[in-house]
Design a protein around this ligand. Structure first.
Ligand code: UDP
Length: 405
């Protein structure tokens, strides 16, 4: 999807076009006064982290320029309208916005309206379809229980007594027992991470709720939705009036760019920034296969998880359901295959193992030693499995830290 980046050199001086022309009265004198002196910032990466940092710094009166290696903004949130399917395509996989924070919800609503999509998915295994994440209806389908009390009693019987259940498998066995683990978790997790679930931390799965009510929402958060008009339009609004250059690889001329700006906010892979000198961080990547089908509705839901180990993919996405628009007579169905990541491929998930955390710690030490005027952030810069609302909170925190110094 992304075009080969050029290694365009940084300009010898900041072009006037890079001067912030924040629309209307936003770049007010009071903003500038609030931060003391205006400084120049280069933001590397036009994903959500970079866009929020850029918006906030520009609104505070700083001079901001954004560089993006790909040929589009939006990072992995990027969506584009697919005319034949009559809906927005989530090009790098399903993105559903959710947060419990009224502040974050108000923040994103400044840039887009959200539809009323609430994420509900189903899981399929050996030809049967189940409600998922595990809730009372799932427990009814698997064990025949019908009330919260019966469900709780059944889970108590299912749970295996494993003290200090730190790895993903032990934690699942201690929470839901062997049958549910085998049905929903083991195969999917092994495919997704290409590791034995005993080598993975339980934190990966703690994202998923286990409920003894019939609440089958994937996320329990108060605020949910998908931007009307797609994520790309939301990011465009965030970046309005900000100088963004696409197709430029910052790392090809890192030192020259560093000299041109007071501060760099870098949201690319932290190991790439340091020329992999402290080792290569591991990621998981994804491969997507798209089918345009001549049917109105292929699977009846936005996401179907395939949890069996012998099915090579993890999920199928039917994009029109995200837009809550089923009018189009055709449909776009995407099958998601996890794949091993190699340098040059799109990074999707940091792999949170002890070995990777050790490599990351070495980069943390390098950051301290080099004392460069660089802030590392976002999923790749911090090597963290962030959701979108967490990335926004992290970006807002970054800017507020910058303002305090
Ligand atoms: N998971 C699983 N079965 C499923 C869905 C998720 O075992 O049907 C596990 C898997 O290990 C996955 C983790 O839960 O990596 C987190 O799932 P989530 O849907 O939050 O992942 P994402 O949407 O970020 O890929």
């Amino acid at each position: 999807m992304s075009s080969a980046p050029s290694s365009r050199r940084p300009p010898d001086h900041l072009p006037l076009g890079a001067q912030q022309t924040v629309s209307g009265e936003e770049a007010s004198a009071s903003h500038t006064a609030a931060v003391g002196r205006a400084r120049s910032f280069l933001i590397v990466g036009a994903g959500l982290y970079g866009a929020v940092c850029a918006r906030e710094l520009a609104d505070a009166g700083h001079r901001v320029q954004v560089l993006e290696k790909r040929d589009h903004i939006g990072g992995n949130c990027f969506t584009r309208y697919h005319p034949e399917a009559g809906c927005h395509q989530h090009v790098y996989g399903a993105h559903i916005f959710h947060t419990n924070s009224p502040e974050i919800w108000a923040y994103v609503n400044r840039f887009t309206a959200f539809n009323s999509y609430i994420h509900r998915l189903h899981a399929t295994n050996a030809g049967r379809v189940y409600s998922f994440p595990i809730n009372l209806f799932t427990l009814h389908q698997v064990f025949g229980v019908t009330t919260p009390a019966e469900a709780e009693a059944r889970l108590v019987r299912e749970r295996l007594p494993i003290p200090d259940a730190a790895n993903l498998e032990d934690w699942c066995l201690s929470q839901v027992g062997r049958e549910l683990y085998e049905l929903f978790i083991r195969g999917y997790t092994a495919k997704q991470w290409h590791k034995d679930p005993r080598e993975l931390p339980a934190s990966i799965i703690k994202r998923l709720p286990v409920r003894t009510t019939y609440d089958d929402r994937y996320y329990s958060d108060r605020f949910q939705g998908i931007p009307v008009g797609g994520y790309t339009a939301m990011l465009e609004h965030m970046l309005a009036g900000i100088h963004v250059e696409l197709g430029v690889d910052f790392l090809a001329d890192r030192d020259a760019w560093l000299r041109k700006f007071d501060h760099v906010i870098y949201s690319g892979p932290v190991d790439a920034f340091f020329d992999y000198s402290a080792g290569l961080l591991e990621y998981r990547s994804l491969r997507f296969e798209h089918e345009m089908l001549d049917v109105h509705d292929a699977q009846g839901i936005a996401v179907m998880n395939y949890t069996a180990a012998d099915v090579p993919f993890t999920r199928k996405l039917e994009h029109k359901h995200f837009d809550l628009n089923l009018r189009c007579p055709k449909t776009l169905l995407t099958t998601e295959y996890p794949q091993d990541w190699q340098r040059g491929m799109t990074e999707y998930y940091p792999v949170n193992t002890d070995a990777n955390q050790e490599v990351f710690a070495r980069y943390e030490a390098l950051k301290q030693e080099t004392r460069l005027p660089v802030t590392f952030g976002g999923r790749l810069g911090e090597y963290r499995y962030y959701d979108m609302h967490q990335v926004i909170a992290a970006a807002l925190a970054t800017v507020s830290r910058i303002h305090q110094h």
